[in-house]
Design a protein around this ligand. Sequence first.
Ligand SMILES: *[C@@H]1O[C@H](CO)[C@@H](O)[C@H](O)[C@H]1NC(C)=O
Ligand SMILES: *[C@@H]1O[C@H](CO)[C@@H](O)[C@H](O)[C@H]1NC(C)=O
Ligand SMILES: *[C@@H]1O[C@H](CO)[C@@H](O)[C@H](O)[C@H]1NC(C)=O
Ligand SMILES: *[C@@H]1O[C@H](CO)[C@@H](O)[C@H](O)[C@H]1NC(C)=O
Ligand SMILES: *[C@@H]1O[C@H](CO)[C@@H](O)[C@H](O)[C@H]1NC(C)=O
Ligand SMILES: *[C@@H]1O[C@H](CO)[C@@H](O)[C@H](O)[C@H]1NC(C)=O
Length: 392
Amino acid sequence: MLFFNVAIVALIGIANAVPSVHRNQARQNVTTASERLGLQWIGGNSSLPKILVLYTGGTIAGGSIYGALDDTQYGQLQLTGEQIIARNPYLANHTQLAVSNWTSSDFSTGTDDGLVMNMTRFAHDALCSEDSDIDGAIYTHGTNSLEETAFLLDLLVNCGKPIVGVGAMRPWTHLSFDGDANFFQGAMLAADPDSRNRGVMVAFNNRIIPGFWVTKLHSTNPNAFGPTALGDLGAFINNMPYFYNTPSQPIAKHEFDLEEVSSDPSFPALPKVDILYAARGFDGKLVLNAHANGAQGVVIAGTGNGGIPSGSDEIEEALEKGLQVVVGTRSPFGPSTPSRVPTVAKAGFVHVIQSRIMLQLAIASGYNMNQTIALFEGTLRKAIHQPWSPEP
Ligand SMILES: *[C@@H]1O[C@H](CO)[C@@H](O)[C@H](O)[C@H]1NC(C)=O
Ligand SMILES: *[C@@H]1O[C@H](CO)[C@@H](O)[C@H](O)[C@H]1NC(C)=O
Ligand SMILES: *[C@@H]1O[C@H](CO)[C@@H](O)[C@H](O)[C@H]1NC(C)=O
Ligand SMILES: *[C@@H]1O[C@H](CO)[C@@H](O)[C@H](O)[C@H]1NC(C)=O
Ligand SMILES: *[C@@H]1O[C@H](CO)[C@@H](O)[C@H](O)[C@H]1NC(C)=O
Ligand SMILES: *[C@@H]1O[C@H](CO)[C@@H](O)[C@H](O)[C@H]1NC(C)=O
């Protein structure tokens, strides 16, 4: 009898539980990521792809009070994301756009690890949550650090949806502003179903450049960006993306867990990692000073294939104190290849600027020096048949 009662109670419990689960699900589905995050869609044609605009400003937002010839001393005038969209009527025939403002008060978003990480968490939530109704994103950025944000997003936001970096080399007051075309092309790239599973990309000067390899190769020319390895992924023809190859990802790319990285004490930023540039007379005390100044890691832009002219005693001392050291190359192209017996991590083909971010993410994920060596050197060691284990 007692058993019978318990069984009835259990059955009633199940009968009540089932519809309530359905109710909860129906209620959950009422909210889309756009609604939850308060995004306002511009465009009006609800059957077009929804592209989120992560707006950090940059030259693409900057104007000059010195006239149409100035392309180095601008910045006195500003455009909002909504104003850039309003300049170009073609956008609304191809996409719906919503602006999320990540401008810093001094218009230098790209220089702040904490702000860029906050934007990364927002992008991950908007694109990768179960309730996401968004097809892709573009981020506008100052060109000086556009590649740093590209690489960071590439290692942290990986649910297949495209994220495209865009910017400009000339202010909107210029004779020949490049920002409208770059912005449009970036939006077309983010809206293209063929862009899925290619990682972060940069749309610049009619080129589609992989976010993992992209770097600023020229300080003032509108054709400012290129990859340090691989090549372009494609080109824009009539402002529409054309890919040369089917989707692929860099062998050396490691996807980090955003939640794990965000649980590091450095939250909302990332661990402090400095870059040191090696040259004749390199002073090893710089490495010790970086550690004393709070750095948890340093990346050394080594000579040639990851050489360091001097300072090996100080580097050894810093390693003993717990500093992590990665050695890349100051050459614009080519690798810094593994030693037979490693003591520091050689960066492989990963550029020094990108190596800094990869080391920050490794430290934030709890890697020790040996695990960092395996992270940076693993794929190259496999290729040259010199495997190495981080465990003794
Ligand atoms: C609500 O979302 C859940 C999880 O994403 C899904 O399994 C379910 O089918 C959705 N329900 C409706 C009514 O769309
Ligand atoms: C909205 O976009 C769809 C898909 O491109 C197109 O077929 C349709 O004509 C557009 N509607 C309007 C009102 O422009
Ligand atoms: C947008 O599409 C409509 C319908 O195809 C067309 O009439 C209009 O000219 C287009 N606008 C632009 C700016 O291309
Ligand atoms: C964007 O945010 C910055 C910094 O908080 C603020 O100064 C600026 O007014 C905002 N822009 C818009 C269009 O809301
Ligand atoms: C980042 O977001 C955190 C809250 O999650 C906030 O406390 C912090 O001020 C933000 N940092 C910046 C630089 O915006
Ligand atoms: C790092 O690797 C070396 C060589 O395999 C080993 O001797 C050392 O114990 C390792 N250190 C840690 C902390 O695992």
